[in-house]
Design a protein around this ligand. Sequence first.
Ligand SMILES: Nc1nc2c(ncn2[C@@H]2O[C@H](COP(=O)(O)OP(=O)(O)OP(=O)(O)O)[C@@H](O)[C@H]2O)c(=O)[nH]1
Length: 362
Amino acid sequence: MSMGKKIPATIVTGFLGAGKTTLIRNLLVNAGGKRIALIVNEFGDMGFDGSLVNGCADPGCAAEEVVELTNGCICCTVADDFLPTMEMLLERDNPPEHIVIETSGLALPQPLVRAFSWPTVKTKVTVDGVVTVLDAAALAEGRIALDEAALEAQRAADDALDHESPIEELFHDQLRCGDLIVLNKADLVSADALSAVEERIRKDVREAVHIVACEKGSLPISVLLGREASAEDDMAHRHEHHHHHHDRDDDHDHDHDHDHHDHHHHDDFESHVLSVPAFASLQDLEDKVLAAMRQRGVLRIKGAAQIQGKAAPAMVQAVGPRVEAWFAAGTQASGRLVVIGLKGLDLRAVSETLGLAAQAAE
Ligand SMILES: Nc1nc2c(ncn2[C@@H]2O[C@H](COP(=O)(O)OP(=O)(O)OP(=O)(O)O)[C@@H](O)[C@H]2O)c(=O)[nH]1
């Protein structure tokens, strides 16, 4: 690294299942020899995304190093997990040319951006840009409701939904912090629906922030990296929608986040790792996972499962009404599914739907 030149860091944020991991894999494969370090932060007990990227079979994959933060949400573990990881990367003889950080789909990006003001990091790294990945198909279906009336109707109709549902707040905060907004899954929506989604979110993004549409996170590296936003110096424009759990004057106070370990939005979510028995077929797995997704409070299911009579485990990914399952030859069998959802989700129903005897919460 030449003296004085800070290493750019790109933060990839976005709601559960929006396509962050897919976008990052694409970026790493197309990195053109650039040395990129990847830091992943997974909500839940299972570092699934880390293993997905680690297991990237593509010879073009440029991930120099994948570091997984396992102690939970970045904003709660800035001091004991995130900062030491950054320092470790920076102290290497051959530091990375770019750092990519994937936040958990339930984390606010703002506290992470603020952590870049930490003295040992600030002089060496700058936030090149926050890339906010959105699920265009989910938005087109109004799944993350921006329409107040529809939202109220939905809440009124569903006792399980807390009046203070954190999802929309989280979503607005992720939009507000973005230097580039990616409308992913464009293949699943019509051009008209895509324009309508863009129109709806435009008012929530900062001025001059680009909104781009793509499929499978496939964007040129020149669009994703090198935005030179210096986001850490621009917190005033990235205010959290609901910052009420914090003091108001903490924008320049980097101690703040590492002192606060509670009252973040992700407290309103929970995740469980379930050990599942072998499924009869890929279809059986898909059907059961889809049924589990329909249970109260469930937002995302992913993992690997055994299929009777097959050596290769099946990977499964579920977001909203879409479930994908496929055989992953050469991977270790695991038979574990991560279920993520709103606090108070019906784990018993989920377990039963997946063919398990009701399992204790982890
Ligand atoms: N049809 C379609 N599916 C996509 C696209 N991008 C991603 N997916 C699928 O959406 C699912 C979620 O993608 P991920 O990249 O794991 O999403 P993520 O944002 O990392 O999700 P979390 O792990 O919940 O944080 C996977 O099944 C992907 O294959 C896309 O552009 N089109």
